[in-house]
Design a protein around this ligand. Structure first.
Ligand code: ZN
Length: 132
């Protein structure tokens, strides 16, 4: 990437695309300049295609990555179960427990927490347990 950036920023002759001179000092005749320019353009195209292909290629998952993904899924599942347990609608004896509506909103927030900015998620969760 760095090499490419440097190459682009260098002065190139607009006739032959070689470095170190400009078109008014181009030592090549028209036919040679055209051939050199086409070779250069082809090289650039292939370089870019290789970059794009590399970017699009799915990353091979290492056994470690697989393991992490499995553990992560288990942790998320376990956390979900724990949260669900913690929020299971305990009968609001003195009116201070979460209402069915609050529990439902907490469940929705938890399920979609990946889609919500962390700060907002925390604020909403805190707001749901406020008691006057
Ligand atoms: Zn030139």
């Amino acid at each position: 990437m760095e090499v490419a950036t440097r190459t682009v920023s260098r002065n190139r002759c607009s006739c032959c695309r070689q470095e170190g001179h400009n078109r008014t000092r181009c030592p090549h005749d028209a036919a040679t300049a055209t051939r050199l320019r086409e070779e250069y353009n082809k090289e650039r195209r292939e370089f870019h295609r290789a970059l794009v292909e590399r970017a699009l290629r799915p990353q091979p998952r290492t056994p470690e990555a697989e393991w992490r993904a499995t553990v992560h899924a288990q942790v998320v599942d376990m956390r979900h179960r724990l949260e669900a347990l913690a929020w299971s609608p305990l009968p609001p004896v003195d009116g201070s427990g979460p209402t069915v509506r609050e529990v439902k909103i907490q469940e929705i927030l938890f399920d979609r927490c990946q889609e919500i900015p962390e700060g907002l998620y925390k604020e909403l969760m805190d707001a749901l347990v406020l008691r006057d």
